[in-house]
Ligand binder design. Structure first.
Ligand code: NAD
Length: 365
C-alpha cells in the first residue's frame, strides 16, 4: 500500500472552513484504493503570526519539505494589513514557501460548467459552448526575475531572459499534461518582437517532436488575449512564460465568472534526494468578507485535492471522479451563494456533502 504524507495548511479566512470539508474526501479514497494518507496540519499566514510569531513558522516549513504534497488553503485578511508589506501573510509566507519548494510551474485549469454559463461575462452563445483550458505558466524566470533590473528618475530597465533548460522543462511538463487531456497544446509567445521568445518558440518546437500525438500550435500573446474571449473552445493547454501566463491566467479565470471554483497546482522541480512536494491551492484568496459564515464555496479547495490525487498520487481515476462529482452536483442546481445568481443557495457543508454523495456513487458504493 502506498502512503502519502500531506502537509495541510488551512490558513486564514475561509481557508479552515473549506479545508475541513475537503479533507473528508481522503478516507473515501482510502476505502476504495490501496492507498493511505497521513495529514499533518500546520499554521500558516495570519494565524501563524498570531500564534507562532511569524507567517511561515519553521516547523510548518519543515513539515512541508518532508511531505509528498502541500494542500494549502488561503491566507491574509484585514487583521494583518497594518503590518509592513514584507511581514504581511502572503509576502511573508507564500512567496518564501514557493521559493523553498522550488515551484517552477503553475497550473491553472479553468472551466465553464454547463449549469453555470450565466456566471460568465462572455456573450451567452460563446459561454454556452463551454471552456476548459489549462494554463501552464513558467514561475521562476522571465522578466520578473531577469537582471539587470534598475530604475532612476529618468530611466527604468527590466530584463527578459530564458535559458534553453528553463523552456525545455516547462514545455515537457505542458506537453505531458496535454497528452493526458485534449492532446492539444498552444504555445503563447511574442516571437515577432522579442529575442527571448524566438528561443522559446524554437525550443518548444523541438520538445514537440517528443510528443507526436499532441497537436501543437503557436500563437502571439496579443492574438491569444483576443482568441480566449472570442473562441475559447479552440484551446486545451496553453503554455506561457511568466509574464504572459500571469496575465492570461487571470483573464481566463474571469471568463468562468467563478473564483470560488478554480483550483491551482504549483509544480516543484524534481530534487535529487529530498522529496519535492507540489503545492495545491485555490486560485482565490481568503475571502474575509464571508469567513465564518458557513457560506463559502468549497469547490476550489476540493478540486485542488483532485489535482493532488492526479499529479502527486497518480490516482487519475478518483481525481476524474471527484471532478465529475463536482460537475454533476452543479448540474443538479446545487449552488453556494457566490454562484447561485439569486436562486436558493446551500451552505459550505451542504455543498461538500452533495459532492461526497455523488463521488461515492461514482466510486460504486
Ligand atoms: P478573495 O479571492 O479573497 O475574494 C474576492 C471575492 O471573491 C470576495 O467577494 C470573496 O467573498 C469571493 N470569494 C473568493 N473565494 C470564494 C469562495 N471560495 N466562495 C465564495 N466566495 C469567494 O480576494 P481579495 O478580497 O482580494 O483578498 C482577500 C484576502 O486574501 C487578502 O488578504 C489577500 O491578500 C488574500 N489573498 C490570498 C491569496 C492566497 O492565499 N493565495 C490569494 C489572493 C488573495
Amino acid at each position: 500500500m502506498h502512503s502519502f504524507k500531506i502537509a495541510v495548511l488551512p490558513g486564514d479566512g475561509i481557508g479552515p472552513e473549506v479545508m475541513a470539508e475537503t479533507l473528508k474526501f481522503l478516507p473515501i479514497v482510502e476505502e476504495h484504493y490501496s492507498v493511505s494518507f497521513q495529514c499533518t496540519e500546520k499554521n500558516v499566514g495570519g494565524v501563524a503570526i498570531d500564534e507562532n510569531g511569524k507567517a511561515l513558522p519553521d516547523d510548518t516549513l519543515e513539515t512541508c519539505m518532508n511531505s509528498d504534497a502541500v494542500l494549502f488553503g488561503s491566507i491574509g485578511g484585514p487583521k494583518w494589513e497594518h503590518l509592513p508589506p514584507s511581514e504581511q501573510p502572503e509576502r511573508a509566507a507564500l512567496l518564501p514557501l514557493r521559493k523553498k519548494l522550488g515551484l517552477f510551474a503553475n497550473l491553472r485549469p479553468s472551466r465553464i460548467y454547463p449549469s453555470c454559463t450565466d456566471l460568465s461575462p462572455l456573450r451567452s452563445d460563446i459561454a454556452k459552448r463551454g471552456l476548459d483550458i489549462l494554463i501552464v505558466r513558467e514561475l521562476t524566470s522571465g522578466i520578473y526575475f531577469g537582471t539587470p533590473k534598475h530604475r532612476n528618475d529618468t530611466e527604468a530597465l527590466d530584463t527578459m531572459r530564458y535559458t534553453r533548460e528553463e523552456i525545455e522543462r516547462i514545455a515537457d511538463l505542458a506537453f505531458s499534461l496535454a497528452q493526458a487531456r485534449g492532446k492539444k497544446l498552444t504555445s503563447v509567445d511574442k516571437a515577432n518582437v522579442l529575442e527571448t521568445m524566438v528561443l522559446w518558440r524554437q525550443v518548444v518546437a523541438e520538445v514537440s517532436k517528443r510528443y507526436p500525438d499532441v497537436d501543437y500550435t503557436n500563437i502571439y500573446v496579443d492574438n491569444a488575449a483576443m482568441q480566449v474571449v472570442s473562441n475559447p473552445q479552440q484551446f486545451d493547454v496553453m503554455l506561457c512564460g511568466n509574464l504572459f501566463g500571469d496575465i492570461l491566467s487571470d483573464e481566463v479565470a474571469m471568463l468562468t465568472g467563478s473564483l470560488g471554483m478554480l483550483p491551482s497546482a504549483s509544480i516543484a522541480l524534481a530534487g535529487s534526494e529530498e522529496t519535492s512536494p507540489n503545492l495545491y491551492e485555490p486560485a482565490g484568496g481568503s475571502a474575509p468578507d464571508i469567513a465564518g459564515m458557513g457560506i463559502a464555496n468549497p469547490i476550489a479547495q476540493i478540486l485542488s485535492l483532485a489535482l493532488l490525487l492526479r499529479l502527486t498520487c497518480k490516482l487519475e481515476l478518483p481525481a476524474r471522479m471527484l471532478e465529475q462529482a463536482v460537475s454533476d452536483t452543479l448540474s443538479e442546481g446545487i449552488f453556494t451563494k457566490d454562484i447561485a445568481q439569486g436562486k436558493p443557495a446551500v451552505s459550505t457543508s451542504h455543498m461538500s456533502g452533495a459532492i461526497t454523495e455523488r463521488f461515492k456513487y461514482l466510486l460504486g458504493t
